[in-house]
Design a protein around this ligand. Structure first.
Ligand code: GRF
Length: 205
């Protein structure tokens, strides 16, 4: 099966990008990261992408653009120029404009460090811990115009321990993410899916 060209957008450390690149390298995920794009010059993700030999490693500074829409449009152009089929958000901390989401409708995925619809937003791990849940986890979902609100592609549970801090819990959530994200991406590419209402139906091989 030919590798599916993907763009990864990341603002942070980039461990999920690293996990995806490792799965590709190991032959477990039929994708090719053609473009790694970040809104932050200091994102670890850019360094990880460079070391792995990703063809295009790009930093675009939102301050250079007059609006969120203009910035997103510049990102969209890079993604299209690189011929990417999927856009994989991996710790991308900006909210995407509606125009961007529409342009790539059904082709943008995100990973969220909680079992959605519980604990959406930027502090999911802390919120889950403070709420006192005993099970939290990870969600891979399609991106639509509602923040952390798109149809769910995959989830994995992570138990909360009594002595967990935000850091220890996030570390175990990261481990689950590093398994689930490449696995889900591989399934999407190999198998495909259709969305019926909010439900995702996998096509089977
Ligand atoms: C992950 O926990 C992901 O769920 C959230 O941001 C974090 C990114 O981590 N959206 P990394 O940059 O991939 O290490």
């Amino acid at each position: 099966m030919p590798a599916s060209p993907i763009a990864v957008m990341a603002s942070g450390k980039g461990s999920n990008l690293g996990a995806i690149l490792a799965a590709i390298e190991a032959g477990a995920c039929p994708a090719e990261v053609r473009l790694a794009l970040s809104d932050r010059a200091d994102a670890g993700a850019l360094e990880i992408a460079r070391k792995a030999g990703v063809a295009e490693v790009v930093h675009l500074n939102p301050r250079d653009y007059e609006s969120r829409e203009r910035f997103d449009m510049a990102c969209a152009e890079r993604i299209e120029q690189a011929g990417c089929e999927w856009i994989v958000l991996a710790g991308y901390m900006r909210i995407l404009s509606e125009a961007f989401v529409r342009r790539f409708a059904g082709r943008i995925i995100n990973i969220h460090p909680a079992l959605l619809p519980a604990f959406p937003g930027a502090h999911a791990v802390r919120d889950a811990l403070e709420y006192g849940v005993t099970i939290t986890g990870v969600t891979v979902h399609l991106v639509n115009e509602v923040l952390d609100g798109g149809p769910i592609l995959a989830q994995a549970a992570v138990p909360v321990r009594e002595d967990d801090t935000e850091a220890t819990l996030h570390a175990r959530i990261h481990e689950a993410e590093h398994r689930l994200y490449p696995e889900t991406l591989a399934r999407m590419i190999r198998e495909g899916f259709v969305v019926e209402g909010r439900r995702v139906r996998w096509k089977g091989r």
